[in-house]
Design a protein around this ligand. Sequence first.
Ligand code: NAD
Ligand code: KPL
Length: 316
Amino acid sequence: MSLPPLDASQFPASETTWHVLGAGSLGSLWAVRLSRAGLPVRLILRNPERLAAYRAAGGLRLVEDGTERLYPIPAESLGAATPIRRLLLACKAYDAAAAAECLAPRLGPGAELVLLQNGLGSQEAVAARLPGRRCLPASTTEGAFRDGDFRVVFAGQGHTWLGDTGRPPAWLDALAAAGIPHTWSEAIHGRLWRKLALNCAINPLSVLHDCRNGGLQAHAGEVAALCAELAELLRHCDQPAAAEDLQEEVERVIQATAANYSSMHQDVARGRRSEITYLLGHACREAERRELHLPRLRALQERLQRHLAERGLPVD
Ligand code: NAD
Ligand code: KPL
């Protein structure tokens, strides 16, 4: 069977085309579902070499419920000139601003972006590079991981919240039709802050104690003290709802994910850069900006930075 061509230039982009930057875990998951629903999709890959590798691979491979399928979704490289109307930015937080800057000339006024980055700080950096475009932050509990080049495993059903204070875009219905469970949220910043606080309470300690999330049950006092400082920070950042019952939720998440290694633990164990700048780094910067004295959070950041530096990983 001959596969359809993967060259995006053979499929002119339309007003409704979804461009997806980053053929990694979440980008691939979104691209496949949008494409399966009959929506026009094109992937944006880093450079012509990655594009050639993608074509050689024949498309994206997604593994769902143990079954692998190939999806020959059209792709182009970052340097292409096609205008972009809708963009899913599906890279890590530390790559987001640079990617937005590269794509700025192709994103006309009124272009809409969904920002899938975890943590906080990257969304603002992206928006600053794209004045006049609508940047919608998102927070997701879906889980996926790469286990080969252009091969992604859908690991955990979840939900995505996205939004801003404007009117919900008409294309939300298409997301639902594509099987992407989501909720429009005007309070998206509160969600992002709450997730950041959970990540700050769990991820760094899981790295420093080199344990699965459940291993933190043996360090309950340390977790509780961190939660108290994180809740104080949230209240000073005008996020009182995100501060409510934080410790209880952290304990629930530790219990529910006891057998898992946190995402930061996995990054460090594999010698990969972590998103520390946009998680604990963001929390500490905001505390400093407000002249808040949060000694445990600061000490945690210093310990984590030392730990990363000893392993030759970026500390910020
Ligand atoms: P990933 O590393 O699997 O994928 C990111 C992809 O973006 C990579 O393929 C990378 O090469 C590509 N990329 C980076 N810069 C690029 C550029 N300039 N041009 C083209 N491609 C570029 O990352 P991921 O796991 O999909 O995570 C994306 C974000 O979602 C992160 O902030 C992460 O914390 C968050 N998140 C991920 C999961 C998950 O299960 N994977 C769950 C919740 C949140
Ligand atoms: O999101 C997480 C992560 O590992 O990044 C959880 C499971 C909440 C732990 O902080």
